[in-house]
Design a protein around this ligand. Sequence first.
Ligand code: EPU
Length: 421
Amino acid sequence: MDKIVIEGCRPLKGEVAISGAKNAALPLITATLLTSGWHTLHNVPDLRDTRTILALLASLGAKWERQGTTVRINSDKIENFEASYDLVKTMRASVLVLGPLLARLGRARVSLPGGCAIGARPIDLHVQALAKMGADFTLEGGYVDGSVKGRLTGSTVYFDIPTVTGTENILMAAVLAKGTTIIKNAAKEPEIGNLIDMLTAMGARIRGRDTDLLQVEGVKKLRPAEGVTIIADRIETGTYLIALGAAGGEAKITNCDPSLLPSLLEKLRVAGVEIEEGRSWIRVGRTGHLRSIDIKTMPFPGFPTDLQAQIMALMTLSRGLSVITETIFENRFMHVAELRRMGADIRVDGHSAIVNGHGRLLGAPVMATDLRASASLVVAALAAEGTTEISRVYHLDRGYEDLEGKLTRLGAVIRRVKETQ
Ligand code: EPU
């Protein structure tokens, strides 16, 4: 297992280009299961998770090829309908094949994901909604096995909680269903807008983009998507913004979309980070002290849970008290113990972490526990005095393309070493 070693306390400087969004690429790739023909997706990041979803599609019978950031996928022959435990346990987003497979083949067998480092994360809302659309489900041997005779039927679906992949699964199921599907309390994350644009380009009829009320009029046939572009990764963008705030210095972040980060940009400004934004770039810098701010994670356009760990690392470097409340996942504070190893003063009280910022962190050996927790350790390490060794970095490889290369070009002293067991 590799580890990353960072010599901290060096201001960053230069330019960094943002990759396509992991959480948009995953559903857009599974949407190619809906119809035969060659689909073309641009700006697809080359990550562990995108490799995993492409391997899953190949195991179902699809073919794919990559040229740079363009991926072409052909789903003419989908003969298998099972997402195995081996794949789902490495990436929960594998459940995104459930909706498309039921719509295309009338059959899907997907391993139940089980709990993960950030919470229980069930898929009951996905299953209930698909059952309302006429699918029958059995649960056996850890797999949900769904089947439908003929086509799914449009229905009105209400989500108790606005679930991101749940909304995506139902959208993909509904586009080929008989009649109209209405999704109430749908998630509004920008990655869902990206999926709606792709499905629309394929001939789907969807109304309500960017709202919590989606209306899908099912069609009999779709055509392949030709040339759909994955949106910029707002979480990668946010991670670099926060890293700049932590390490100090000045940089330009390009290929990004500042309109996808309304809450973070505002919070960073209040915290004392200087930000100037254009249509597809953000200039970020910090010279003065950081001010402490309170954060509460919320569905989009609120503060993203996927940036909670990183902003917590930043707050340990401020002076004063900061209360960070996690409302999306019940167990997303695994990074707290690791940040404490670097000298942070953080107390967890229920769903809130109280950070007593005292302006500095010290390098230490730490362990990555999940993707965003790992990113928070990188943020902390860049600002910490001395050397930080982060082990289990395979988590980072799931969601950050060329992290070492991008940070090195910003002037960070970072290297990857093979860990001897
Ligand atoms: N939930 C249920 N039942 C369900 C579905 C969700 O109770 O059937 C609960 C979850 O347990 C959670 C809440 O609803 O408490 C919201 O979860 P959601 O379903 O929205 O999360 P997700 O779709 O599994 C996506 C992202 C996550 C991101 C969350 C929240 C993808 C592939 N994953 O997960 O991204 O944190 O939305 O924004 O889009 C990451 O990239 O590091 C990551 C974890």
